[in-house]
Design a protein around this ligand. Structure first.
Ligand code: MN3
Length: 203
């Protein structure tokens, strides 16, 4: 069973003006598709061929770089599309997630500052993450297409929110202004979905 590009849950222009349609189209249909295609090629004939991408990530030290880069790329982008939504639907953290942001991260404003700092200080390409680890929320970042599920990651946990800070995620519209892209990203976070992922990760 080959890995497949998941359906994008909204139109390319749905996140405008925060994330532009052309960036979304290229990011989804070219970049993510390439990770899927290259992952399928990389796992062909190996035991990873029939594993979930989550299980591949959790055992990534057993696999070559092509599986790490493309398996990570597939997992990370599959999550990324889900945790964004048109700004009108974005909402804000609620329920147990809102409480945990207060108790574990010092409140929503501090979370925003620390999450943006995780993205800003990631040199080159990578991701900023909000994770659940040992029942608590934590913020961290990983290089390239690594993620906190990976057994080789410096920061481990279950990702519930990821922000892509590769230049391909913002360069067409924001050029070198990564901070402006990160500010815009906060307007399109699907907090209902992040809350669902939080609940699932806590189980
Ligand atoms: Mn990307």
């Amino acid at each position: 069973m080959a890995f497949e590009l998941p359906l994008l849950p909204y139109a390319y222009d749905a996140l405008e003006p925060h994330i532009d349609a052309k960036t979304m189209e290229i990011h989804y249909s070219k970049h993510h598709q390439a990770y899927v295609t290259n992952l399928n090629n990389a796992v062909k004939g190996t035991d990873a061929e029939n594993m979930s991408v989550e299980d591949i990530c959790k055992n990534i030290s057993k696999y070559p770089a092509a599986v790490r880069n493309n398996g990570g790329g597939h997992y990370n982008h599959s999550l990324f599309w889900q945790i964004m939504t048109p700004a009108l639907n974005a909402g804000s953290p609620s329920g147990d997630l809102a409480k945990a942001i207060e108790t574990d991260l010092g409140g929503f404003e501090k979370f925003k500052t620390d999450f943006a700092a995780a993205g800003a200080t990631r040199f080159g390409s990578g991701w900023a993450w909000l994770c659940v680890k040992d029942g608590k929320l934590c913020i961290c970042s990983t290089p390239n297409q690594d993620n906190p599920l990976m057994d080789i990651a410096d920061c481990k946990g279950t990702p519930i929110l990821g922000m892509d800070v590769w230049e391909h995620a913002y360069y067409l519209h924001y050029q070198n202004r990564r901070p402006d892209y990160m500010t815009a990203f906060f307007n399109v976070i699907n907090w209902a979905k992040v809350g669902d992922l939080y609940t699932a990760a806590k189980k």
